[in-house]
Design a protein around this ligand. Structure first.
Ligand code: 9UX
Length: 71
């Protein structure tokens, strides 16, 4: 089963930033992510039995970017 979530990502200033985040997120079990530099958003499909949104958020923050969770 999979859930979808869009997260706001701040602090990305070049395409290597978004690619880097995307690569790291896609290495997580049960996660399929697309990160858009221009819109500053990460579209994440994830399996809640593998990871939580908090896990994903923590991963992005650990890379040095900001995350805004939308309602
Ligand atoms: Mo580009 Mo992003 O030189 O952390 S990779 S700014």
């Amino acid at each position: 089963d999979s859930e979808n979530k869009t997260l706001g990502v701040t602090g990305m200033t070049c395409a290597a930033c978004s690619n880097r985040i995307e690569k790291v997120l896609n290495k997580m079990d049960g996660v399929d992510a697309k990160v858009n530099l221009t819109t500053e958003k990460a579209s994440v499909a994830y399996d809640p039995s593998d990871v939580s949104v908090d896990d994903i958020t923590a991963k992005i923050e650990k890379l040095g970017y900001g995350v805004q969770t939308e309602k």
